[in-house]
Design a protein around this ligand. Structure first.
Ligand code: ATP
Ligand code: MG
Length: 353
């Protein structure tokens, strides 16, 4: 079977290091593994509009920013199709048909939808489009016949819902859609990177992010201001590493070679954690090390961003070509869907049969 990847991000802001460890890094690894026949990376502008209907300019401005973040992280337009969701109207049509296969109460039970409704303080005024976004996400995934969807942990309920739609569609209309598998980051601490404020998730909407495009100085300031163990007041105090964002970030970003280079007095992360736990290790020292690790990870990304920022016309052309490729694939799937649903009236004089 053809191996296909579909994943994406909402253009509601520049991408941050949570996106990087949760999904982007994995995408680049999979892209370069050579195991996939097709890779589609979507800038989900239509989805972003479901809770930003009054801010179209924000969504528009962030299309380029997200595209620059993609290219900076090593997504390669020769290997991956980068495209914009709303430029593929077939996705909207698929969404409309899938809506009939999902109940309101099923969407209401989706834990990610519940959490996001609460986070956005929608209360009784939830836009219908926002409520339906898990269904539109199923359309995105199935339109490309994705077999693999590399995403962060918050997307598990979305993939479950998508698989249910695939199953229901295939049961009602005959085997048509491809069943996708979720690919989560291998490193536990990358499943859901917390914010620098210690909140459970680094998120554009919460303003607690280290952005991939932050300057060296921005990153340093953010790291030095990070939330740590509130009971670790003096250096001598024993500290907690569990749930401590600085140590979660070290789990996500430190590598043995960074210890050798920046903190050779420790053999590795286990020894650093043990010292912090028993007391005698200050937050400032740990944060300075984390800053060195992050700067080392971000340096090549920054360098590539500087390259692409000088070439906006090329980025524009990459997106335009990507939209065309994506539309061709989605149109073929939509054709299969219409045929399966018996609404392909003018194909082969079908209406006469
Ligand atoms: P918004 O606040 O607008 O929803 P977001 O920061 O949650 O933005 P999305 O565009 O919704 O970002 O998410 C894109 C991808 O990045 C998804 O696969 C998601 O699982 C992953 N992701 C987002 N935030 C994190 C995080 N803090 N840790 C790990 N993965 C993340
Ligand atoms: Mg989100």
């Amino acid at each position: 079977m053809k191996q296909v990847i579909l994943t994406g991000d909402r253009p509601t802001g520049r991408l941050h290091v949570g996106h990087y460890v949760g999904s982007l890094k994995e995408r680049v690894r999979l892209q370069n593994s050579g195991l996939y026949n097709e890779i589609y990376i979507m800038i989900a502008d239509a989805q972003a509009l479901t809770d930003n209907a009054e801010h179209p300019e924000k969504v528009r401005q962030n299309i380029m920013q997200v595209a620059l973040d993609y290219l900076s992280c090593g997504l390669d337009p020769e290997k991956s199709t980068l495209f914009i969701q709303s430029m593929v109207p077939e996705l909207t049509e698929l969404t409309f048909y899938y809506m009939n296969l999902v109940t309101v109460s099923r969407v209401q039970r989706n834990p990610t939808v519940k959490a996001e409704i609460q986070m956005r303080n929608f209360e009784a005024s939830i836009p219908v489009g926002f409520f339906c976004y898990p269904i539109s996400q199923a359309a995105d995934i199935t339109a490309f016949r994705a077999t693999a969807v590399p995403v962060g942990e918050d997307q598990i309920p979305m993939l479950e819902q998508c698989k249910e739609i695939v199953h229901k569609f295939n049961t009602v209309y005959g085997e048509t859609l491809t069943d996708p598998q979720i690919i989560l980051p291998q490193n536990q601490s990358c499943l859901r990177l917390p914010g620098i404020d210690g909140k459970a998730k680094m998120s554009k909407s919460l303003g607690n992010c280290i952005y991939l495009s932050d300057t060296e100085e921005d990153v340093r300031k953010k790291v030095m201001s990070m939330f740590t163990d509130p009971n670790h007041l003096r250096i001598e105090d024993p500290g907690r590493v569990e749930g401590n964002p600085v140590f979660i970030y070290l789990d996500a970003f430190s590598r043995p070679e960074y210890f050798a280079e920046f903190l050779p007095e420790y053999s590795g992360l286990d020894e650093l954690k043990a010292h912090y736990t028993r007391g005698g290790l200050g937050d400032v020292k740990v944060k300075k090390f984390l800053n060195r690790c992050l700067q080392a990870e971000l340096a090549p990304i920054r360098e590539r961003r500087a390259y692409w920022e000088q070439r906006p016309e090329e980025v524009f052309e990459i997106l335009k070509a990507g939209c065309e490729t994506a539309q061709n694939t989605a149109a073929a799937t939509l054709g299969d869907v219409r045929r399966a649903m018996r609404i392909d009236y003018f194909e082969d004089s079908n209406l006469l049969k």
